[in-house]
Write a protein that binds this ligand. Structure first.
Ligand code: DGL
Length: 258
């Protein structure tokens, strides 16, 4: 079986890495829409078109399931793709529900980081309205962060300044959980861990998404035996240098996660 993963760029690698950990024997095809990254600062209509083009390209390969490893693309186009294709399509949404549950008894607030486009969609606003019965969720768009990530900019000093500026007006003691609602953001988990007060948990949707993938496909976690599946990287610009970058980002993130 080959499972396709899709994102605008290298962000979905943070989800792929979790999938490879849980399902090492499966084959994976990772597709990045390098011609159009970033999605999160573009219009809904543009992203709808880009995701449909990318999905059509991916479906020309022999794949048995598609993970939209991108919160932005999911909120814009997952429903549409499910109307067009019959293979299982697994989307992602910011992990607001578990975050609200985690803080229910402490009275602490939840802060969701995501792209501007994700945060302005009805899908996100309906999710918050459904699960946030105490009005404890705040959102912070980080429009520049995908660009830093695509440039593999993990410079500690520069990124610390960036986050400090974004968080300057927040009383962080009031928060119990930060939700990383964009798949590029977990590349910065280490830096965020150093900046945020110790009591704040940082969560993302990777594990939940891969559990959902396993359950939809009826696959068990980490089979025994040494057989390893194949991971193939592709991108819409067919750029060999970007393929190398994706391989490097995969190695880097897999190391970071341990
Ligand atoms: N990684 C994506 C997400 O999860 C999209 C980032 C972008 O292209 O702006 O939202």
């Amino acid at each position: 079986m080959t499972i396709a993963f899709f994102d605008s760029g290298i962000g979905g690698i943070t989800v792929l890495s979790e999938a490879v950990k849980q399902l090492p024997q499966e084959n994976f095809l990772y597709f990045a829409d390098t011609l159009h990254v970033p999605y999160g600062t573009k219009s809904k209509a543009q992203v709808m078109e880009y995701v449909q083009e990318s999905a059509a390209r991916i479906m020309r390969e022999e794949v048995q399931a598609l993970v939209i490893a991108c919160n932005t693309a999911t909120s814009i186009a997952a429903a549409e793709l499910r109307k067009i294709y019959s293979i299982p399509i697994i989307g992602m949404e910011p992990a607001v529900k578990p975050a609200v549950e985690m803080n229910r008894n402490s009275g602490k607030r939840v802060l969701v980081f995501a792209t501007p486009l994700t945060l302005t969609q009805s899908k996100y606003n309906e999710l918050v309205a459904r699960v946030d019965d105490h009005g404890s969720v705040d959102s912070l768009p980080l429009p520049e962060l995908v660009g830093y990530c695509e440039n593999l900019n993990f410079d500690r000093a520069e990124m610390t300044d960036y986050f400090a500026g974004k968080l300057a007006s927040f009383d962080l003691n009031a928060y119990g959980t930060v939700v990383l609602g964009c798949t590029h953001y977990p590349f910065y988990k280490g830096i965020l861990r150093e900046i945020l007060p110790e009591h704040i948990e940082i969560i993302d949707g990777s594990r939940g998404t891969v559990s959902r993938l396993r359950s939809v496909l009826g696959l068990k976690e980490a089979g025994t035996g040494d057989s390893r599946g194949r991971i193939q990287f592709m991108c819409s610009s067919d750029d060999a240098a970007y393929i190398t970058k994706m391989e490097k980002a995969f190695e880097l993130f897999t190391c970071l996660e341990g």
